[in-house]
Design a protein around this ligand. Structure first.
Ligand SMILES: [Fe+2]
Length: 359
């Protein structure tokens, strides 16, 4: 079993690299590369990657390489395009910081984040669908009692949100939304918990809280991802929505948002419906679209704690899965995926001339 370090006549660069931690692997396990033509290259790369003991990693790398090579071949990728892509990814990385993740944004605008969410949170008919969590969730939301407001006084147009779980008693609900200007509290330099809260369903699984009508907002678009969207003639906006996270002792963690349609004049230039139908990050699902209604009833408004005579009303019930039900649905997705994957026996054909130095 010769290791790389057993090979004679290694140069200083190789020995130094091995000493610094480069893997000193058994060379008998390394597949011999043969035909590195356009047809044979893909199988060679897959074969070289196949020695990992991690079967999941082996599968993911195999499929990734096959699709990556197929993509380049299908579009006949030019060297200039390849360089442009490398420069774009470099800028994307350079834009990332402790408070900004441009790669996740890139994943979002390609719909990859939405797809990963769908694959990892499959739902049977009738269960509340999950959707993108987004970057504005925080753990330190203030806890409110049922019926209390998550928004400070004077913010936006008043809104009441209420409904029930399936039913689930003491389900912990985190909810967060934009203020009237389209910003989350975490986006302000002086962060102060607002337009977000944590509450628990009552003994009948019911919940209610006051907030404000959220508004549409742009995703970060002053970096390479924004530039890409401009070249694709895409807009950068998310429709008005309200985030929910549900946590119970018996249910899996679910995260989703609902999008409210408003009849106000806010959509004079671009209708709210159009934004719902063209979310920049593909987070809107039809089962998560909720119509808001306008209630004008001063007595009812006062009774609920509003200082105004009218308010917007959102009523939405949610249905959560138990952990066992969620695991069952995920197993179905994984089984379907693994049965679709073809594992070709790597048969490398062709010839090549290798140069071997004799001692
Ligand atoms: Fe959001």
């Amino acid at each position: 079993m010769p290791k790389l370090s057993d090979v004679a006549h290694l140069g200083k660069a190789v020995t130094d690299s091995l000493q610094r931690g480069a893997p000193d692997i058994d060379m008998d396990t390394v597949p011999k590369m043969l035909d590195l033509s356009a047809e044979g290259l893909t199988d060679n790369v897959i074969a070289v990657n196949a020695n990992t003991g991690n079967q999941r990693q082996k599968l993911v790398m195999e499929v990734l390489v096959r699709h990556l090579h197929a993509f380049a071949s299908e579009v006949a990728l030019t060297t200039e395009e390849w360089k442009t892509a490398i420069e774009f990814l470099t800028k994307t990385g350079q834009t990332c910081s402790d408070i900004r993740q441009e790669f996740i944004l890139l994943s979002d605008v390609f719909g990859l984040s939405a797809l990963v969410d769908i694959l990892n949170h499959p739902k049977p008919e009738g269960a509340t669908e999950s959707t993108l969590l987004g970057p504005f969730f925080v753990e330190d939301a203030k806890t409110i009692s049922l019926g209390e407001s998550i928004a400070s006084e004077g913010k936006g147009e008043p809104m009441l949100v209420r409904g029930r779980g399936n039913p689930i008693m003491r389900c912990m609900i985190d909810t967060w939304e934009t203020d009237q200007d389209g910003f989350y509290d975490t986006q302000y330099t002086e962060y102060e918990n607002d337009c977000r809260g944590r509450l628990y369903t009552d003994a009948n699984g019911r919940y209610a809280f006051r907030g404000i009508l959220p508004v549409a907002y742009p995703i970060p678009n002053d970096g390479p991802v924004g530039q890409l969207l401009r070249t694709m003639h895409r807009h950068v906006f998310r429709p008005a929505h309200l985030h929910f996270s549900f946590v119970t002792a018996s249910s899996s963690l679910l995260r989703r948002f609902i999008s409210g349609v408003t009849s106000s004049s806010r959509g004079r230039h671009i209708s709210v419906d159009q934004l719902i139908g063209s979310d920049a990050v593909f987070g809107v699902k039809s089962s998560l679209i909720v119509e808001t209604t306008r209630v004008t009833d001063p007595d009812e408004a006062r009774r609920l704690g509003f200082s105004s005579d009218s308010f917007h009303l959102v009523e939405y019930d949610f249905v959560l899965l138990t952990k066992e039900e969620a695991a069952f649905e995920q197993a179905k997705v994984r089984h379907a995926a693994s049965s679709r994957i073809v594992h070709p026996q790597v048969e490398v054909v062709g010839t090549s001339v290798a140069l071997r130095s004799l001692p």
